[in-house]
Ligand binder design. Structure first.
Ligand SMILES: *Cc1c(COP(=O)(O)O)cnc(C)c1O
Length: 423
């Protein structure tokens, strides 16, 4: 499809081509990024982008919904089955809007919310001071324990008893350990708060059954669709039947207008792909790769917050290496290894130039890389760190990274549920 663009808009075609080449010629370790299947690409680039579908199936405000109703019902049913949820809303434009809608469904402006502190790994929308979420609501963030890098559930409970929030948010954007959603559910019940769980990063691990699911323990579960879940960029909300009406109303007409039907179509495709043994194998390999990468980094003398990882993500504490996170991230990018600089718990440096580097294994795993390659990549990271001011050494690593990429081409993968495709 993209090749046809060359005829119609060569300038934009050329830029899309360059981005495709960049994605193929780099080891992409940003933990929230991935490569979607060709089926997801085709669905999200199709004619559904032409259709307005304000409302919900059977209750639309414009005519011509013969097909959109069927697509939305199918996307919802697939999401409900995949996550074992009573109700699914597949309209949110993104994870951020999904969170906003989840709050709007349960609480009122001015109420107190408690989410993980942004500098400790919580998402902006969980009450960070630069986010709307701390302006509309009173935000009481919970930190992670600075010594262990882990959530201290006793401390969360103590804070909850002290501040009596209306809402507790579990889930994170930079937390390398498994989250005990049951504990969050229990704490929320104890203080009469709602519990919203945001699994944007780990949704793929949850549906594969290798991370505890929050669905039984949360009033609403929010997620993106494009991180480990490997769908198009979008958001979803899952909830218990009792909240179905308020969730739907909060999304539309509360916050959004017409849903992005092309995205929703691709979400439906991604949900079916995620419901396959191939997807479960990919999710398992994500964790194996992360553990192998972490182990090698520790051998090279890197400190990792919490000492390692249970999931797809690793947070490197660079203070002992005396390299700012931003400087290493930029050098790695020149060596075709794409990461992001990130705050670490209790970071003495400012968020704009923090002490950490965040990496993750979903995209490399989608390319078919395994533990051996994870070890090799740890070696690349170490070489760049050791030669941080030596540009020719950095360029040498870039050549090796490109060679590795050439052995693991971006898969033009089709996963057809029920057929034995390899990814
Ligand atoms: C990525 C992320 C989001 C936001 O998703 P967008 O689609 O970028 O708006 C929300 N919550 C968490 C935990 C995330 O990691």
């Amino acid at each position: 499809m993209i090749n046809a663009l060359e005829q119609y808009d060569p300038q934009i075609y050329e830029l899309v081509r360059q981005e495709g080449a960049r994605q193929s010629g780099a080891i992409r370790l940003i933990p929230s990024e991935n490569y979607v299947s060709r089926a997801v690409m085709l669905a999200s680039g199709g004619c559904l982008t032409n259709k307005y579908a304000e409302g919900y199936p059977g209750r639309r405000y414009y005519e011509g919904q013969q097909v959109t109703d069927l697509i939305e019902k199918m996307a919802r049913e697939r999401a409900k089955k995949l996550f074992k949820a009573d109700h699914a809303n597949v309209q949110p434009y993104s994870g951020s809007v999904a969170n906003l809608a989840a709050y709007a469904a349960l609480i009122n402006p001015g109420d107190t919310i408690m989410g993980m502190s942004h500098v400790d790994g919580g998402h902006l929308t969980h009450g960070a001071n630069v986010s709307f979420s701390s302006k509309f609501f009173k935000s009481v963030p919970y930190p992670v324990n600075p010594d262990t890098g882990r959530i201290d559930y006793d401390q969360v409970e103590k804070l909850a008893k002290e501040h009596r929030p209306k809402l507790i948010i579990s889930g994170a954007t930079a937390y390398p350990r498994e989250i005990d959603f049951e504990a969050f559910g229990r704490i929320a019940k104890e203080v009469g708060a709602y519990h919203i769980s945001d699994i944007a990063h780990i949704a793929g691990l949850v549906v594969a059954g290798i991370h505890q699911s929050p669905v039984p323990h949360a009033d609403i579960v929010s997620s993106t669709t494009h991180k480990t879940l490997r769908g198009p960029r979008g958001g979803i909300l899952l909830c218990k039947a009792e909240h179905a009406k308020s969730v739907d109303r909060a999304v539309f007409p509360g916050l959004q207008g017409g849903p992005h039907m092309h995205t929703m179509t691709a979400v439906a495709v991604a949900m079916a792909e995620a419901d396959t043994p191939e997807f479960a194998a990919y999710a398992k390999q994500i964790i194996k790769n992360a553990k192998a990468l972490a182990e090698k980094l520790l051998e090279y003398g890197f400190n990792l917050t919490s000492g390692g990882t249970d999931n797809h993500l690793i947070l490197i504490d660079l203070r002992n290496k005396n390299i700012p996170g931003k400087k290493l991230a930029k050098a790695l990018d020149r060596a075709r290894i794409v990461t992001n600089y990130n705050s670490i718990p209790n970071d003495p440096a400012p968020p704009a130039n923090p002490s950490g580097l965040r990496i993750g294994t979903p995209a490399m795993t989608t390319r078919g890389m395994k533990e051996e390659q994870a070890g090799q990549i740890a070696g690349f990271i170490n070489t760049v760190a050791e030669n941080i001011d030596n540009e020719s050494a950095i360029q040498e690593v870039g050549k090796e990274a490109l060679l590795l990429c050439s052995h693991f081409p971006v898969p033009d993968h089709f996963i057809i549920p029920g057929k034995n495709n390899t990814v």
